[in-house]
Ligand binder design. Sequence first.
Ligand SMILES: [Zn+2]
Length: 273
Amino acid sequence: MYIGIDIGGTHTRVASGAQGKIQQRLDFPTKEFKQGIQDIKEAVQKVSSEKIERVVIGLPGPIETKTGKLLEPPNLVGWDRVNVADTFSKILNAQVVVEHDVSVAALGESLYGAGAGKNPVLYITVSTGIGMGLVVDGKIYKGVYNPEAGEQILSKAGPTCSCGQESDLESLSAGSSLKRLTGKDPKDLVGSKAWTDAMDWLGIGITNSILHYSPEIVVIGGGLSEAGDRFFDPVRKSVKKHLKILPQVPIVPAALAPNSGLIGAITLAETSN
Ligand SMILES: [Zn+2]
């Protein structure tokens, strides 16, 4: 039996499943570390009816790829420098693999979602923050740490991001940026000037990432993308305006949302050894 766990700043999701399908799934608020690991242990017991073969945990970065050790995730309390793989393999008595949350979502979308049959697949989540993951030949691209292309710097000076950088993609385009600029919920800003400006910056960031990786498709998930055409039209327009040296790349909505991460985690649990 394979288990996928997706630990986000507000929600934790735990599911069992196989071959792109979820069998049982639980969703609960993310607590500080000590309570959080207890909640996850109980949830794993509830969703698993037989012996667990492997568990994959998707987490916000940065993560040291070789060891599965977290650095200092800005949105998780008490998780700084925790070796998540070691901690959970003891608690769950199973093999545990730790991976960047956006990268596992990228894997799910590339195998069973909007990126199926395409290679490489660039996946982007745009919600409170922005994250990117790349799947090449069916495998997650990794560096020493998971790459943080959602934090790519787009200008010399400007707003400071929660990560400490100035004028990075997240500080210019994420939901948190729209909220800081206007004091309003991003959902109430769809179609406004602030919204279009943010989507233009997002298109510039995506153009840079297309130039770096030359993906066959760009798949976008996350809360802001739920605005549909009012999200995708300005983003596609921006990429069309900025990308010159390479042909245009299809930019499409995630097909497995909101389960892209869980399905990707279960897939990685099935395929890693
Ligand atoms: Zn940042």
